[in-house]
Design a protein around this ligand. Structure first.
Ligand SMILES: [Zn+2]
Length: 135
């Protein structure tokens, strides 16, 4: 019986090694870039927008509850202990309630059904790349 020689599909050649190394390097670069751009320090303000219009900017150091009532529904946002939480919402998905609390610059709570967004800003009103998406 003659044994046929076949290429071993699991054999690793040098191109596989180069590809794997390149992918690993790309992954590391992505992590470094993301960590660099994403400011994870404590925010100073929270900006609330409703239907892409600014509803108000509130200091995180001032405890307050903000009730937002629109034709789409109601939301109750709480600022306390330097954190923002969606306390109540009568939206169908309830995702915004499960999201909170947030406190880092660039963090957002989005109530998509009601088009309500709470976004953490730094002391100079900077909110990072999320601004671009919101416009
Ligand atoms: Zn919601």
């Amino acid at each position: 019986m003659k044994k046929r020689k076949e290429a071993d599909p699991f054999r690793i050649n040098r191109y596989d090694i180069i590809l794997t190394a390149a992918l690993a390097a790309a992954a590391v670069i992505c992590v470094i870039l993301f960590a660099g751009f994403h400011d994870t320090s404590e925010g100073a303000f929270v900006r609330i927008t409703v239907d892409a219009e600014e509803y108000g900017i509130y200091e995180l150091s001032q405890p307050v509850q903000i009730r937002i009532e629109t034709d789409r529904g109601n939301n109750l946002i709480q600022i306390r202990d330097h954190q923002v939480t969606m306390l109540e919402a009568d939206c169908p998905d309830g995702y915004c309630i499960r999201k909170g609390p947030i406190s880092r610059i660039g963090d957002t709570i989005v109530c998509l059904p009601h088009r309500v967004v709470a976004e953490i800003l730094s002391a100079d009103g900077h909110a990072d790349e999320f601004d671009v998406i919101a416009q």
